[in-house]
Design a protein around this ligand. Structure first.
Ligand code: SF4
Length: 797
């Protein structure tokens, strides 16, 4: 079997030639290869060519793909076959999504040509144009908007459809050369936990997920790697291996009997959505009253547990954590299991037993997924869960954890080099729609604008690369449609995509992107436990039709902007890949020379420390290795948050508390009404990575888009499995198929997120897109998406 793909040089030559032909207005049909490469290859190779690449979507797996190519087509997909597949040198095997990638690569529905909008924005009406016209239009609109509104009007929305480190950041590089762009902070995935944990620990950090092998008890809050990170290199694999090797007891706390609960756990504890912190408060009550807390750890490493370690500004006010839990704080309410049972719907006895198990198992690993924090009170929940390992002294040791989400060993991560953005202003990632609609109303104290007291320039131009967050993945989709269709607000949107997503319909110029498997890529692991890895992907085939790589298109735009030389520095894509790779070696990454890595395409290395342990140094010597908090210790009571809570302008229902304790949700179960009596929660779905892979037929068939409803709720509504149901609230309406199952607790319905929005004539979504129902009101501290805080009613459609 021939083990060579497009050579480095032939990739650059063919993409340049295609660009030149396309820019000249020529059309290229799939069966009219302009270079004769197909014929040449067919003559050269009557057997397969096998090309290395990676699944580059945002499940955090980055699994290896070995693409079998014949006649310039990927016709079969395998995965990693290297090494001896031992723990720590295991194969990074792709899941059902990655293995279906040829149906994405070869889909007849892929975009083929550059297009311009001809109907109302969002109508989906486009007309084919030449690359010359596309580049001219983009460059002239970019120049006009820069000159009329300045660089703060330029925005790059969040988009994670392409995760290879060497591709997307060429957009900010181009922007920096033209005065900069409006920054954003946070993500749609983990903004609340990323914002909250530094107040507690100085940074967000966790033990390697493979370290579960050392635990006696594992408690997972909303963690569901068995469905969302199923790869051979990621969290799903490590959880399975660690449990098989370590034989820990595993308890999953989740409103839904997820596949993780079903296949990786000894016990499932269903919990009312948004109330995890109330459960933690009551667990703390039992731990404290039954003398199961680690007093020495709390006295040595923490401030704010009890009065003896409170900061000066909060002394003498009964404001400590212990005061709050035992009922001596401002609310005069003891956080007993009976109190929490009312809120969480977990029986009192279960709470008491769980507390005793956590208090006596050594070590005990407490992890949270990203679901509990992706809510309207997510920052409080994220910090509260961390209190369990803090109270029991399980931080900084093997087999314990911080209470945060997973982490792991990394070989190297780097991106496209660029100067600092000259624009210092930034907004939260979730707030971009408001920065289009009513920018001057956004302030630092009310909306988290950074670098300025008030935003004074609207977003007028957006570069949307491989992202479906303009509508589908954002939330408040109906409102997004209304704001985006008005092209006097955001005046120009350029979109790179592979399919006509709902976000792509809002493009003024829509460009057909080459997929990562059609270009050289650098892929780094994420959350990969005790084995770091890097995959250098090669172009398996030439881009077909008039598809082009991002870099080649940006190079043409840079030329029109007069900065081509500064943008490219004379390098082609392969040279940039090598530059980026070598920069990591210069930074000390233990990578082999580029030529060697390019030959094998995959580099793996076991963690020399076995499993990484967060804050190990701090645990060993807190004086020599202080945390990056103001006190250098774990700040159970945060003076910084007390200051923020006292100065920021918040809605009454939005809570920032200096203590990591329960705060009822804004839009949670207490706000349920006759019109919207059910809580709805989304989850990451086996059939998709966010909205990627959504149109792949085999995945749709194997993973039906359904809303789960408990038999008790279904019966009272006359709903049966297979019924088409209408799910509605003030944000919008979506239709889905029902699945009646006790796998979701009564009063709660659940559906996989990421299904593609399909707007009907009356504005109803026929695609089962849960974000149709999500509020645009951001969470209080991170100003982030409250994606799983939803109230709805369901009826037969
Ligand atoms: S979707 Fe994730 S787990 Fe599946 S192949 Fe891709 S990177 Fe791997």
């Amino acid at each position: 079997m021939t083990e060579t793909c497009m050579s480095r040089r032939s990739f650059v030559k063919s993409t340049s030639a295609l660009a030149a032909l396309a820019a000249a207005g020529g059309s290229v049909l799939a069966n009219q290869n302009p270079f004769g490469v197909t014929e040449a290859r067919a003559a050269e190779n009557d057997q397969d060519t096998v090309c290395w690449s990676a699944c580059s979507t945002n499940c955090e797996g980055r699994c290896a793909l070995r693409l079998h190519v014949k006649d310039n087509e990927v016709y079969w997909v395998e995965t990693d076959n290297t090494g001896n597949d031992e723990f720590g040198n295991h194969q990074i095997r792709a899941c059902q999504r990655g293995r279906s990638i040829r149906r994405w690569l070869n889909s007849p529905d892929r975009l083929q040509y550059p297009m311009k909008r001809v109907g109302e924005r969002g109508s989906g009406q486009f007309e084919r144009i030449s690359w010359d016209e596309a580049i001219d239009t983009i460059a002239s609109e970019y120049k006009r908007i820069l000159s009329e509104y300045g660089p703060e009007s330029i925005f790059i929305p969040y988009g994670t459809g392409v995760q290879a480190c060497n591709i997307a950041d060429f957009i900010p590089r181009l922007c920096v050369l033209n005065g900069g762009y409006l920054n954003r902070y946070g993500t749609y995935s983990s903004a609340q936990i990323a914002k909250a944990l530094p107040y507690l620990y100085g940074k967000r950090a966790a033990n390697s997920n493979s370290d579960i092998v050392n635990a006696e008890l594992v408690v997972l809050f909303g963690e569901n790697a068995a469905e969302n990170r199923m790869s051979g290199g990621g969290a799903g694999y490590h959880l399975m291996e660690a449990l098989e090797r370590g034989h820990a007891k595993v308890i999953v706390i989740d409103p839904r009997y997820s596949d993780s609960a079903a296949t990786r756990a000894d016990e499932w504890i269903p919990i009312r959505p948004g109330t995890d912190a109330a459960l933690v408060d009551a667990l703390a009550y039992v731990l404290i009253t039954e003398d199961l807390v680690d007093e020495e750890f709390l006295a040595t490493y923490c401030i704010g547990y009890d009065e003896s370690t409170m900061p000066e500004s909060a002394k003498g006010k009964n404001a400590s954590y212990k005061d709050y839990i035992l009922g001596n704080g401002a609310d005069k309410t003891a956080k007993t299991p009976a109190w929490a049972s009312e809120i969480t719907r977990i029986p009192q006895e279960t709470i008491e037993r769980l507390a005793r198990e956590i208090g006596t198992a050594k070590p005990c690993a407490i992890y949270q997924g990203k679901g509990p924090q992706r809510r309207s009170n997510g920052e409080q929940t994220a910090r509260a869960i961390c209190m369990l390992p803090i109270l029991t002294g399980n931080v900084g040791i093997n087999g314990g954890n911080t209470g945060s989400d997973h982490d792991g060993y990394y070989l190297a991560w780097a991106s496209v080099p660029m100067e600092d953005n000259p624009v210092e202003t930034s907004i939260s990632t979730f707030n971009w729609l408001n920065a289009i609609d009513h920018p001057t109303e956004l302030t630092a104290l009310a909306d988290g604008v950074k670098g300025k007291d008030r935003l004074d320039v609207p977003i007028k131009f957006m570069w949307n690369y491989a992202g479906n967050c303009l509508t589908n993945q954002h939330g408040e989709i109906d409102r997004a449609h209304e704001i985006l269709k008005d092209d006097t607000k955001c005046e120009f949107i350029v979109v790179w995509e592979t399919f006509m997503t709902d976000s792509a319909k809002y493009a003024d110029i829509l460009l057909p992107d080459a997929m990562p498997q059609e270009q050289p890529t650098y892929n780094s692991n994420d959350y990969a436990g005790n084995m770091g890895y890097v995959i250098l992907g090669e172009a398996a085939t030439e881009p077909k039709f008039e598809r082009r790589t991002l870099y080649s298109v940006l190079t043409d735009i840079a030329e029109k902007m007069g900065c081509k030389e500064a943008f490219t520095e004379g390098h082609d894509e392969m040279e940039w890949l090598e530059i980026i790779y070598n920069s990591m070696i210069e930074d000390g990454s233990p990578l082999p020379p580029f030529a060697e890595a390019w030959k094998s395409h995959i580099v793996k290395k076991a963690d020399p420390d076995g499993h990484s342990v967060a804050f190990k140094d701090f645990r060993e010597d807190p004086i020599a290795n202080p945390l990056k908090t103001p006190s250098g210790k774990i700040e159970i009571y945060s003076e910084e948050l007390a200051e923020i809570a006292g100065t920021w302008e918040l809605d009454e229902a939005d809570i920032i508390d200096p203590l990591p304790v329960y705060a009822p949700e804004n839009g949670g179960y207490l706000n349920a009404s006759e019109a919207t009596p059910l809580q709805m929660t989304g989850y990451h779905f086996k059939g998709r990575t966010h909205s990627c892979y959504a149109p792949i037929d085999v995945l749709q068939q194997a993973n039906r888009q359904q809303v789960w409803i408990n038999p008790a709720d279904a019966e009272s509504r006359g709903i049966q499995t297979g019924d088409r149901v209408k799910i509605t609230n003030a944000q919008g309406t979506t239709h889905m198929e029902a699945r009646v199952t006790p796998r979701v607790m009564p009063g709660v319905v659940a559906a996989g997120q990421g299904a593609w929005y399909k707007g009907g004539a009356d504005g109803t979504d026929e695609g089962g897109c849960i974000n149709t129902l999500v509020s645009g009101h951001p969470s209080p501290l991170a100003k982030a998406n409250p994606s799983h805080t939803i109230l709805v009613e369901i009826a037969k459609a």
